[in-house]
Design a protein. Sequence first.
Length: 301
Amino acid sequence: MARSSAGFVGSGVCRDCHASIAESYQRHPMANSMVRLPDEGSIEDYATATSFSHTPHREYRVERTTEAVLHHEIGRDAAGVIYDQAVPVKYAMGSGKRGRSYIIDREGLLFMSPISWYTQGQRWDLSPMYATAGHLRFERRVATRCVVCHVGRAVPAPSDKDRFLEPPFVELSIGCERCHGPGEQHVSWHRDGRGAAGPDPIINPSRLDPARRDSVCNQCHLQGTDEVLRSGRTDFDFRPGMHLAEVWTVFLGLPDTQATKSTVAVSQVEQMQSSQCAQASGGRLGCISCHDPHSIPVESE
């Protein structure tokens, strides 16, 4: 049975009582997982090296104005420019720690631009999984599962898969309720003076059993080799306190680091579960044993 979106209050309400945690969290990558464009705190270079090309006949260029950010695909032949397709991008997806990709919004249908920013290399290049020889250009759909892991709260169209209402997002970046659950009852429990009437209804992941504790992180940080929605579920149904398997069946494979000495971007869960420390801990070792989800360590730490 799909869950409703009732009970959410937004991270701004949480800030009223948890100001110091909220302030610290603003520096965390999760708090910057989606940005509306054009944004004032741009991390990209829009002044130099704003174009790139992997073939003689196709070039890509970025352009930022006070009103919009445009991504260009320019086709050429021996005589010069054949076309210059300029597409406005509405959102930047990703905190920028590794890079950012960009979303085009066409009346609730979302598409990924072929242009991405790579922070470590300080360069523009083709987006992940866009082949140099040929790709979907500006027509690669952004599915709901991608949105779930990069947006605090989205507004999916009730009867049209992978389509969103306007505006598509009511909370841009990952917020408090993604890890603690809808906060309406928690707020009422405190504001109405009912603190003595039973326990606080908010979810504290550290107090859950290991499987449900880890499910809070795994909802986005466990991709596996494939995942399948359970019957009757949607990608927006997970709530903290649930077991991940109540929403998705995730098929796992051990991370292969022997041949390449590297791993895919989102495989930290598999790496941890295959470690001797995790296996010997009897479930006690989890993501939050080492990672404080409310802050990010400075480089000196």
